[in-house]
Design a protein around this ligand. Structure first.
Ligand SMILES: [Mg+2]
Length: 258
């Protein structure tokens, strides 16, 4: 891991659910003062989520956050009004899934109505409708065994797609992950700090200069001895980890140019 120097230029890349947002309530109040600190320090924030573009645009308005964002687990990056694609169109994914249906037990977003999605996720109707506006991925409620999940993931790989475990779902998408779009954000003078809580964040955390794992209610399960780890969950853990980091790098005494 690269040592961060006082005054180091940063980009902060964060997962949403279970990381910046509470896993159950989707609130982020505890992180708001830290987001303000980032704004004051002119440190860019990038959202990197399994959520859809529609979901993020609604949240962005609500939170008054104007940030570049990556949606559907690295499928598309929205930067300076441009859309950069890394995933594959959802109809292709659904077609492949249909051919596996007889041998594996799963239910996907495309199989159910908005009320069921509300039940699965705890989202209100509006947010659930936005989460159904998917273009590059299909979240599955996995009803089969773990062994079957491994065999399923292998078959998915063989047809040129990939699977990722999120907080609630097994996501099926194109051959991308949350790390791939980061290459568009990298610059020689900036270091990337990434925060995430689940296996779908692992590639992003590995790619970052500093990876911060936010604890889940089941503890912290992501492998990697070089990550920093919060003890608190969601936005509380986010603030717990980001405040000391910003103190260390940008307290008045440690900033070389004031
Ligand atoms: Mg998460």
């Amino acid at each position: 891991m690269i040592q961060l120097q006082p005054g180091q230029k940063l980009i902060v890349v964060t997962d949403l659910d279970g990381t910046l947002l509470d896993h159950d309530t989707y609130c982020l109040d505890e992180a708001l003062p830290v987001l303000q600190r980032l704004r004051d320090l002119a440190i860019p924030l990038v959202i990197n989520t399994s959520k859809t573009r529609a979901e993020w645009l609604a949240l962005e308005t609500k939170l008054k956050l104007n940030a570049p964002f990556i949606v559907e687990n690295g499928s598309a990056l929205y930067l300076d009004g441009e859309e950069i694609l890394f995933g594959v169109p959802r109809p292709e994914i659904l077609k492949k899934l249909n051919s596996l249906r007889s041998r594996y037990d799963f239910v996907g977003y495309a199989d159910v109505d908005v009320t069921t999605v509300m039940k699965w996720t705890g989202l209100d109707r509006g947010a659930a409708m936005q989460s159904r506006e998917r273009f590059f991925s299909e979240p599955l409620l996995w009803k089969d065994s773990e062994e079957q999940a491994a065999a399923f993931s292998e078959e998915i790989r063989q047809v040129g797609l990939t699977t990722l475990w999120g907080g609630r779902f097994l996501h099926v998408l194109g051959q991308t992950d949350k790390a791939k779009p980061l290459s568009y954000l990298e610059s020689p003078e900036k270091r990337i700090v990434a925060l995430g809580d689940r296996p779908n964040d692992l590639a992003m955390l590995e790619r970052a200069d500093l990876g911060i794992v936010i604890a889940t209610s089941e503890g912290s399960s992501l492998p990697g001895h070089h990550f920093l780890r919060s003890s608190l969950t969601g936005p509380r853990g986010w603030a717990e980890m980001m405040n000391p980091l910003l103190d260390q790098l940008f307290s008045q005494n440690s900033t070389p140019h004031g």
